[in-house]
Write a protein that binds this ligand. Structure first.
Ligand SMILES: [Zn+2]
Ligand SMILES: [Zn+2]
Length: 249
């Protein structure tokens, strides 16, 4: 499985960056995990958008979904004839995605009509070609799901946005790569500091920890040092364009 970071910014983009978005390739499938502001342009730098088989959303905050508007515009108005990609979204998605395009700015079905939308239940296990997706609700300001993508025995676990919790420790147990948010400078509700992300990953026994969803206005050396203090081992900092391979080469 190959993971390309398209956007690692938090709720507002880094200079030249993008909010939450990761291209995951494995099991014969190209999957876009989250589609925040700026992600569509970053996606186009690494692959054609018509080659994306599915988009999967962890939750419905703007920094994880807004570029579905422009992605849908490309599918509708671009020059390619292609099958609609699947869009796997959490409960409540139909109303939220319609509201992004309501009020006369665009058709309310702008997104819904461009993708093959299905609403997942976090209890579901979703098979996408040779990739298997599982979900685990994690504490955030709105319903939010950590996501596991597995190809055979290789596992990627994405924290999505969350505060400290035990659910993710259990869900990410022994994972090959934990892609964890590390939004905060000081502990607060709803998100993790780099040290808290490191501690959570250590409790889970994650083999590898990549920190993401932190701002370029945070001191990267401090983010790394705090993450490593919590994890007790080296950590990696996500950067736009970075590629991680797990499982078979
Ligand atoms: Zn976020
Ligand atoms: Zn969020």
């Amino acid at each position: 499985m190959r993971i390309t970071v398209l956007g690692k910014s938090p709720a507002f983009q880094d200079a030249g960056g993008a909010c939450s978005g990761y291209l995951v390739e494995g099991g014969g499938v190209r999957l876009l995990l989250d589609c925040g502001p700026g992600v569509f342009a970053k996606l186009r730098q690494v692959t054609s958008y018509v080659d994306v088989d599915a988009v999967l959303l962890s939750h419905l905050h703007a920094d994880h979904v807004m570029d579905l508007v422009t992605f849908a515009s490309a599918l509708r108005y671009g020059p390619h004839e292609a099958a609609a990609p699947r869009l796997l979204a959490p409960p409540g998605a139909r109303d939220v995605l319609a509201s992004l395009c309501a009020g006369g700015s665009m058709r309310p079905d702008h997104i819904d009509g461009a993708f093959e939308l299905s609403v997942y239940d976090p209890e579901d296990v979703v098979e996408l070609g040779g990739l298997r997706a599982r979900f685990r609700p994690v504490p955030h300001f709105i319903p939010c799901n950590a996501v596991e993508l597995a190809e055979d025995a290789a596992r990627l676990t994405f924290s999505a946005d969350c505060g400290p919790n035990d659910a993710l420790v259990e869900f990410a147990a022994d994972t090959d790569l934990l892609l964890s948010e590390a939004t905060l400078i000081e502990p607060e509700e709803g998100h993790l500091t780099p040290a808290q992300a490191g501690e959570l990953a250590a409790r889970a026994g994650a083999r590898r920890l990549v920190l993401t969803h932190f701002s370029d206005e945070a001191d990267a050396a401090w983010v790394r040092a705090e993450g490593e203090r919590g994890f007790g081992a080296p950590v990696e900092l996500a950067a736009d364009g970075a590629v991680y391979e797990i499982g078979r080469a």
